[in-house]
Design a protein around this ligand. Structure first.
Ligand code: SF4
Ligand code: SF4
Length: 356
């Protein structure tokens, strides 16, 4: 699709001389692109030059002008008769990477709605790519199928594991897959997705937000959750991680975050449903003198845990009953801006790796 320059343009003029098609000119207030001359730099460069040189990311694809590589090639030939397009190979639809999002999944309608919202977000960011999903928790698939549900979201995305998704993509002739692990941390679910047979396709993996390769995300996560910490001196805040009894590496994140919270914030703790630190926070909340508690989910999508195991007056084992204080739940971790930004930039990096 042709590019356009959005209102972020600072009218610095840096892009104008870079355009190989002389498609950019100074408009009344900002610079403008003539769509009849823009080829997305096809025939000259691997990626749009204007977007590359712009200091404020103002040149963006214009979704109103979707064009195939054939259309862009025809435009190149019309603009530059007799000139050979440089480094150009006509891509087929199958060569275009497909974005595969892999999540634990959710058995709860609100959790699925949160995943659908994430799906919308990614589709808006990458309008030129197919977006497909896998649900990596097999028990979740079984549970949903038992309830008669074979798809997730209103968009009717079929329920399947990463293995099956890759088989489908290979059978459809796709050759490149950008697989983003849409989980909060490195669990066995994400490790199993990476182990799935790629069937000869070129698959690039985007790690979960909390991954050993990105230790800096731990602090980013805490900072982005800060606005949800009660901070009124009377309400304790407990972050709710899922955790695992079998996968200690996964829980190390939660142990570290709990330690950091205890050292740097007053009355903010972290608990895990499975594995350590578990419910160590209960004694701390009781000793804090707080008269309320807020439970903030760290699970990517809400499952049954929040209403069943965390804030539930009728379940004697629930966390709210264990602390014995009025409790409020805060869900929708998937809308956390730090997480969204991380996933978007990770997918962009993966797609960029196919070009190099
Ligand atoms: S994408 Fe390339 S051809 Fe299109 S306006 Fe930008 S620099 Fe020019
Ligand atoms: S480089 Fe960016 S800011 Fe400068 S004129 Fe071009 S679009 Fe505008």
């Amino acid at each position: 699709m042709a590019y356009r320059i959005n209102e972020e343009c600072a009218a610095c003029g840096a892009c104008e001389p870079e355009c190989p098609n002389h498609a950019i000119s100074e408009g009344t207030e900002i610079y403008v692109i003539d769509p009849q001359k823009c080829t997305e730099c096809l025939g000259f460069y691997d990626s749009p030059r204007c977007a590359k040189v712009c200091p404020v990311n103002a040149p963006v694809p214009d979704p109103a002008r979707r064009e195939s590589d054939r259309d862009l090639l025809a435009r190149f030939q019309k603009l530059h008769p007799g000139l050979e397009p440089k480094g150009f190979v006509l891509r087929t639809e199958n060569d275009r990477p497909v974005i595969a999002l892999v999540a634990d999944g959710s058995g709860d309608a609100e959790g699925q709605a949160a995943l659908e919202e994430l799906d919308d977000h990614i589709r808006r960011q990458f309008p030129d790519y197919d977006v497909v999903w896998a649900v990596q928790a097999s028990y979740m698939i079984q549970g949903l199928k038992y309830k008669g549900q074979t798809t997730q979201f209103k968009r009717a995305v079929p329920l399947m594991l990463a293995d099956d998704l890759l088989k489908r993509l290979a059978a459809a002739g796709r050759t490149k897959v950008a697989m983003q692990l849409f989980m909060s941390g490195e669990s066995n679910f994400s490790k199993n997705a990476i182990k799935a047979d790629t069937l000869g396709m070129d698959v690039k993996y985007g790690l979960p937000f909390l991954a050993a390769a990105h230790p800096e995300n731990e602090l980013k996560l805490i900072k982005s959750l800060e606005p949800l910490f009660a901070g009124d001196g009377k309400t304790a805040t407990v972050l709710v991680g899922h955790g695992s009894e079998k996968d200690f590496e996964y829980n190390e994140w939660f142990i570290n975050i709990d330690k950091y919270l205890r050292e740097h914030y007053k009355n903010v703790f972290l608990g895990t449903i499975h594995g350590p630190p578990g419910t160590d926070f209960v004694a701390s909340v009781k000793a804090s003198g707080c008269d309320k508690v807020r439970f903030v989910s760290l699970m990517m999508s809400r499952g049954g845990h929040m209403p069943l195991d965390i804030v539930n007056d009728t379940n004697p084992e629930s966390w709210s009953r264990q602390v014995g204080l009025p409790a409020e739940p805060v869900d929708s971790f998937s809308t956390n801006p730090a997480l969204r930004e991380y996933f978007t930039s990770s997918i962009r990096t993966l797609l960029g790796q196919f070009k190099s």
